[in-house]
Design a protein around this ligand. Structure first.
Ligand SMILES: [Ca+2]
Length: 504
């Protein structure tokens, strides 16, 4: 029997490999799209803002100084998660986790982020959400900020083909930028080539004028302020082209916005629309982008067949356009970008990694629903696998859980996840299980001061919070609950040692 199954899997894999070779991809799962010709599979759009906070959206924060009608509408027509987390409090590791379903601290990047000239971080043999869905008959597109490295040289040469990149990781189409919008080189990339080579140099941007960026190489005609509208146009165009050319084929779009990360560079048409300065206006532009995508779906009759998720890669740093200091947005505008959470981007506290997460899928996800299910952005892979009824192999999505039951509003007897591991910019770990959150270190682990410090003799070595009673992480219960400290420390250690956290 077992042999029969293995033989059948082999035959399926072989036929999938042939189909995939014809499409120019690589075979990674054991089922070909032809296996389920009847299943109507949704388009999947994953929109991830850059540094947008939990408290920026009106549907998460009644006191927000920023109007976000388009994201609020998705929440009203779909589901809002209140306890969703990025796997890291900074950009690159979260992106790694989203696309591979694996915590990035298991790779060579155990702290910080990549630069604009870094080599590719994701191994081309590793399954990604894109390669999985492509294998199952999806068209796949990556639009926006990549920030996962390009090529294999120590320093990427933008005169050469930028390979490996998104196209070698399952994306049929890529249009975007190398890394954060404040990191050179400043140029657009389309399918492994710079659209225009970054042959010029630009001085560092000024925070109170066009927004701050690093000095470096730039392509002729590249303007930071035009990037979000340009990427939005590409996303809208992709949806239209796809609807026209391949109406019977579902698509997956990973749309990674460069905003509201610095340079805080809102377009003229959103200026003054928020009560939170340039930062708030840039979030308004993010909301406009979401609205453009939703309208494109409606225009092309695809809205009913599309699962759309909007989230962010880490918390807001709380900087304003006129002052780069963290928390200055609160000081100047009284706007709390991370709501009532403690900390900001990069920190191990929830302000660093608890994210807005709204999902709409008409007729599937109940409208106007809210869930407090504990989920992680690494869960996209296993959830997409569930949508296409594929089993993940053991060497993929090691930290990915299927959250589809929560999305579909099913009553659950137990939490989907045993726990979630959090990670800060300097590599401080935390583990969350139920109401308990254990942090292995003192300090923020990120941008807030103090980052890290050695406790005095007799003081707790780490932090333990009961988030149910103390969302603001203000009362350290480490010394009062040694048994919980021990249990969660062991669980984290187990996850590290065994190389996965989801059950295999
Ligand atoms: Ca970010």
């Amino acid at each position: 029997m077992a042999q029969d199954i293995r033989r059948r899997d082999f035959l399926r894999a072989a036929s999938a490999a042939i189909a995939s070779l014809a499409l120019g991809g690589c075979a990674e799962t054991s089922e070909s799209p032809a296996d389920s010709p009847d299943a109507k599979r949704p388009n999947i759009i994953f929109i991830m803002a850059d540094d947008m906070g939990y408290g920026d959206l009106g549907c998460y924060n009644k006191e927000s100084k920023i109007p976000t009608p388009n994201m609020d509408r998705l929440a009203a027509e779909g589901m809002r998660f209140t306890d969703a987390h990025s796997p890291s409090a900074v950009c690159t590791p979260t992106r790694y986790g989203v696309l591979t379903g694996r915590y990035c601290w298991r790779t060579r990047l155990t702290k910080g982020v990549l630069g604009g000239y870094s080599p590719a971080l994701i191994d081309t043999g590793r399954m990604t959400v894109a390669s999985l869905l492509k294998q199952h008959g999806y068209a796949t597109a990556c639009i926006g900020k990549w920030h996962l490295g390009l090529g294999s040289d120590k320093k990427t040469d933008f005169d050469k083909p930028l390979v490996p990149g998104p196209n070698e990781l399952g994306f049929d189409y890529f249009y975007g930028i190398s890394a954060s919008l404040d990191m050179p080189p400043y140029c657009y990339i389309e399918n492994g080539r710079a659209v225009a080579k970054p042959t010029l140099t630009i001085e560092a941007g000024k925070a109170n004028e066009d927004g701050w960026w690093r000095k470096g190489a730039i392509a002729p005609g590249f303007r930071h302020v035009e990037v979000l509208p340009k990427l939005t146009e590409k996303a809208v165009e992709y949806i239209g082209d796809h609807a026209r050319k391949s109406p019977d084929m579902p698509f997956f779009m990973y749309f990674a916005l460069p905003a509201p990360h610095c340079p805080i560079a809102p377009a003229d048409f959103v200026k003054g629309r928020s009560k939170a300065g340039g930062y708030g206006d840039y979030v308004v532009e993010v909301d406009w982008t979401v609205g453009q995508v939703v309208r494109a779906l409606e225009r092309d009759g695809l809205a009913g067949d599309t699962l759309i998720i909007v989230t962010s890669d880490n918390g807001s740093p709380g900087r304003t356009k006129i002052k780069r200091d963290p928390y200055s947005i609160i000081e100047i505008y009284g706007h709390y970008p991370n709501g009532d959470l403690r900390g900001i981007k990069a920190d191990i506290w929830d302000g660093g990694h608890r994210e807005p997460f709204v999902a709409r899928w008409p007729g599937k996800i109940p409208a106007g629903a809210t869930t407090d299910e504990l989920v992680c952005l690494t869960d996209l892979l296993a959830s997409c696998a569930a949508i296409v009824e594929a089993e993940l192999p053991d060497n993929a999505g090691e930290d990915s859980y299927n959250i589809l039951p929560a999305l579909l509003g099913q009553k659950l007897d137990e939490p989907i996840r045993e726990a979630v591991v959090h990670h800060s910019s300097i590599g401080m770990f935390s583990i969350r299980q139920g109401k308990w959150k254990l942090i292995l270190g003192r300090g923020s682990g990120g941008f807030s001061s103090p980052k890290i410090y050695e406790p005095k003799p007799g003081e707790p070595k780490g932090q333990l919070y009961n988030l149910q009673d103390d969302l603001a992480e203000s009362r350290n219960l480490w010394s009062e609950h040694p048994e919980i400290v021990e249990r969660l420390t062991s669980l984290l250690e187990k996850y590290k040692q065994q190389g996965h956290s989801r059950p295999l």
